[in-house]
Design a protein around this ligand. Structure first.
Ligand code: BDP
Length: 338
């Protein structure tokens, strides 16, 4: 599988780059040695060893290697630099240079990212990746971040999200009716949950465990590695594998900093990101298998969904609502089915 393409046009040279410019060496600015030195921070909500954190670390290692140590990136996992919403704002301001976040909360800054909140639109991960790498698909959506002050560096694999609930196992969309379900901050996702007759409750990822435990919410939804690593399974023991969304993971950078880099340094970042994303993707399936086995061992009730039709039918209003806004992307998604 070829990695996602990340090379794109570059814009004007911004001033905020001075913020993260540590020292400018004399001489040429080409490739590894010579050129400016930078020291950046990368915010991540997941713990160490989670696939996206492993991807971030790989990215940092590759950037250091390709720049002969001129560009160093320190990864801060476990939301040490704040929840995703805080990290996004800080990257926009330039006080943190980079963050790996879900595309859902980026919808507020670039409405196109709402596409990834639409349910049941992908056949499988390969289908999604064909779209992510397409210049009229994922590449264009990454470019759309630029107006909000971000440079979209690359996508990472988000897996597929499924519902989990505290009290009873969900077997059909009807079972979700009336339940309070935590959602990410994205209007499309809020509309999806409403279409199912449940009550969407947006909140930060870091609040989900205690909200499930206290009964503030009846359920949430995520991929198996998140459900497991954040221990949500301890307080919501029913996992229903409807795999409704693939909410692309993003690595984003402050745009002014990006714009101020030399073409060689931009190329180093693009190449490192492409390799790191490819690497992250190869770790995903094994992590899901491992976590599903651990969840079974922990006594989680796993409900497989054989027939998605009732789910698609229940979610139809949200596809209808956003059909026009995302018409071109949805046509591209259809074109890329096999
Ligand atoms: C995980 C994403 C993470 C989000 C989290 C969430 O990797 O970026 O913060 O879901 O639901 O799958 O908020």
């Amino acid at each position: 599988m070829t990695p996602p393409k990340t090379r794109r046009r570059t814009g004007f040279v911004g001033l905020a780059a001075a913020l993260s410019l540590v020292l400018t060496a004399c001489g040429d600015d080409g490739g590894g040695s010579g050129g400016a030195e930078y020291s950046w921070r990368l915010a991540e909500v997941h713990p160490e060893n989670y696939p996206t954190t492993v991807g971030d670390q790989k990215f940092a290692e590759l950037v250091a290697e390709k720049s002969d140590g001129r560009i160093t990136i320190d990864v801060y996992p476990g939301a040490q630099l704040g929840e995703e919403s805080d990290a996004i704002e800080q990257v926009q301001l330039g006080s943190i240079e980079l963050t790996r976040v879900s595309s859902a909360p980026m919808t507020e800054f670039a409405s196109g990212m709402g596409l990834f909140g639409l349910p049941y639109i992908w056949d499988d991960a390969d289908h999604m990746w064909r779209f992510l790498k397409d210049e009229d698909g994922g590449e264009k959506l990454l470019d759309g971040l630029s107006d909000a002050g971000f440079h979209g560096v690359t996508y990472m694999d988000p897996g597929a999200r499924s519902f989990y609930t505290t009290d009873k196992a969900v077997r059909s969309p009807d079972d979700l009716k009336g339940l309070k379900i935590r959602v990410q901050e994205s209007q499309v996702i809020i509309d999806f949950i409403e279409a199912l007759g449940a009550s969407p409750t947006p909140m930060d990822y870091g609040e989900v465990y205690s909200s499930l435990q206290s009964g503030l919410i009846d359920g949430a939804e995520n991929n198996a590695p998140s459900y497991y690593s954040a221990s949500h399974f301890e307080v919501a023991k029913n996992f229903t594998l409807d795999e409704h969304m693939r909410v692309a993971e993003l690595l984003v950078m402050n745009r002014d900093i990006w714009d101020s880099l030399s073409a060689d340094d931009q190329a180093i970042i693009e190449d490192a990101a492409t390799e790191a994303a490819e690497f992250q993707r190869t770790t995903w399936d094994a992590q899901v298998d491992k976590d599903m086995a651990a969840l079974k061992k922990e006594g989680v009730t796993i409900t497989e969904i054989d027939d998605l039709e009732p789910w698609r039918a229940a979610a139809r209003p949200v596809i209808d609502k956003y059909g026009d806004e995302f018409a071109d992307y949805l046509a591209k998604i259809d074109e890329l089915r096999e």
